[in-house]
Design a protein around this ligand. Structure first.
Ligand code: SF4
Length: 125
């Protein structure tokens, strides 16, 4: 017996509705509904190794704000997000921090850098 999984491709604004037929052992039997090969790749990744851009915040020392918002500069495997969050929760960075600066390179060997998404100046006084 097979099952049908429906996805919306987010690789371009067309948002194709993709149907993936899975075997009872979760093997992909067919992919339909994508208008280009990127959709097939997206569907395979989404089912076999889903990835997301991680957005969160990091503690700041001596800054005008106690936290700086951050994100990974590329999607990381969803399965690694709990471990990444554990690492990020233990991070502290010293102000000043420029928006766009890399706070951690290749975070947990994912190939993605952790980047500040706002500027935090040094606290006065
Ligand atoms: S399958 Fe291709 S055309 Fe359709 S949304 Fe994805 S990238 Fe766009």
């Amino acid at each position: 017996m097979s099952a049908l999984k429906r996805l919306v491709c987010v690789q371009c604004p067309l948002g194709c509705k993709i149907s993936v037929e899975l075997s009872d052992t979760n093997r992909i039997l067919s992919i339909v509904g994508n208008r280009c090969p990127r959709g097939e790749e997206y569907a395979r990744d989404e089912l076999e190794n889903p990835k997301r851009v991680l957005t969160t915040s990091v503690r700041v020392l001596n800054g005008e704000y106690p936290l700086v918002s951050v994100k990974t500069n590329k999607p990381v495997p969803k399965s690694l997000i709990p471990e990444l969050m554990k690492t990020i929760r233990n991070l502290k960075v010293e102000a000043p921090i420029e928006c766009g600066s890399v706070l951690v390179e290749d975070v947990l060997g994912t190939g993605a850098d952790l980047v500040a998404t706002r500027t935090v100046r040094r606290a006065k006084g």
